[in-house]
Design a protein around this ligand. Structure first.
Ligand SMILES: Nc1ncnc2c1ncn2[C@@H]1O[C@H](COP(=O)(O)OP(=O)(O)OP(=O)(O)O)[C@@H](O)[C@H]1O
Ligand SMILES: Nc1ncnc2c1ncn2[C@@H]1O[C@H](COP(=O)(O)OP(=O)(O)OP(=O)(O)O)[C@@H](O)[C@H]1O
Ligand SMILES: [Mg+2]
Ligand SMILES: [Mg+2]
Lengths: 227, 227
């Protein structure tokens, strides 16, 4: 679903050049759950944002659904993300004036899904993450873990081919973590491509493949090599 | 340093009454590291926000430094927080247009600390969390874990009596976690009151006392009872 060839990212901060990600070759396939693990500041969010067409590469070529992403306009990228990608952001990015239900409903409305069907899908997604009883609450009325769960529901509600989650369990307790991870595994089994960024090694158990990121360097490692 | 008698918090959401925290008696003493642990949505942030004078109780009395907080004005509370409390927020609350250095410097400037001394303290705090080389970066130019570390530096820079941390390690990797937790333990040993909210049971090892929160109910439990 996603293919990176020599893709890297740099930022300019004043007179400093920050290499967020060194050039990497990588493929994300349907039916797999890929874990991206590494220390703070190592480049995990950068790698996921490139795969998810949220930022442009500084070098290399990025293909999603066999389309070359580098040349696409912001408008084309937005359409690609809406139709094919579900993204759980590290800081959730919920829309502050909308309640939980409307946050989850929004991608379906943008896709023009008929209202009655959209509402059923939004309720099912909230129910899955245990947030249906708080559907009328605004983000600021929810705890950190509750906001994270609404963000997860929103990413899954459009049934995307590629599901990208940036530390989706950082604010969750043990039972919510296993609910979310088991759901991501079953989505992978049903043919989706799933990528989870984390610094929590306990999630390795759920992964089919593991990519280690350190100081901007991404390398695939075998699960067995990790204990 | 902080004493709660029958303190509870409720919110009104439309026609729903949400009990965020049931009435609880609790003391936070100097020289102790108290861990507040519990599932998502259980009331941990609410409890910490009450202790830190960020929100008013719905019932009960709250004393900080022997002062009755319930009757204080917003201005008096702001002065109390500036002089006695260091707070690491669950979503960091860094000031977006200020770089890392100026974010950490700000509480010192608000206290009227002379500029040369303030700059030294801000640099030392950033150095402690390993963020000195990024002091000119804006929050949006930093990774999640880097922002969390800047938020920790800012909470510690005024040398407060009471240090309150809401999930301070949620975005950090193993080595940053032990750096931060060891520093919090040593601050407690030097006579400060330290409260850490977390859902990560691995932090229990650093705690002197443990308070479990579940469905708004806070109860003190013995460390031994937790493995
Ligand atoms: N917009 C930006 N401008 C400058 N530097 C940036 C920007 N975005 C990211 N970086 C830098 O790129 C590096 C990698 O950042 P990234 O967010 O990918 O890390 P991460 O692995 O997700 O970290 P964490 O686990 O802390 O979230 C960091 O040093 C970060 O400060
Ligand atoms: N401003 C508010 N309005 C309405 N309800 C609120 C508000 N703030 C918190 N709550 C509710 O109070 C309960 C406790 O919230 P709190 O933020 O204390 O949980 P928490 O234990 O910190 O959770 P997490 O681990 O997910 O951060 C939750 O059900 C939350 O939705
Ligand atoms: Mg990140
Ligand atoms: Mg919380």
């Amino acid at each position: 679903i996603a293919r990176l060839t020599g893709v890297g990212k740099e930022y300019q901060v004043g007179d400093q050049t920050i290499v967020a990600l060194k050039p990497v070759d990588l493929e994300i396939n349907e039916g797999e759950l890929v874990l991206i693990i590494g220390p703070s500041g190592s480049g995990k969010t950068t790698l996921l944002s490139l795969i998810g067409c949220v930022i442009y590469p500084s070098y290399g070529e990025l293909f999603v659904n066999e389309l070359l992403v580098n040349e696409m306009s912001q408008k084309q990228l937005a359409a690609l993300r809406l139709n094919s990608i579900g993204f759980v952001f590290q800081s959730f990015n919920l829309i502050a004036p909308l309640n939980a239900f409307d946050n989850v409903l929004m991608p379906l409305q943008l896709k023009g899904i008929p209202s009655a069907i959209a509402k059923k899908k939004a309720e099912a997604a909230l129910d899955l993450v245990g947030m249906l009883d708080r559907k009328k609450s605004l983000p600021k009325q929810l705890s950190g873990g509750q906001q994270q769960r609404v963000a997860i529901a929103r990413a899954l509600v459009t049934d995307p081919k590629l599901i990208l989650c940036d530390e989706p369990t950082a604010s969750l307790d043990a039972s919510s973590i296993s609910t979310v991870m088991n759901e991501l595994v079953s989505l992978a089994r049903s043919g989706k491509g799933v990528c989870v960024v984390t610094h929590d090694p306990r999630l390795i158990a759920y992964a089919d493949r593991v990519i280690k990121v350190d100081g901007g360097q991404a390398t695939e490692i075998s699960k067995e090599g990790l204990t």
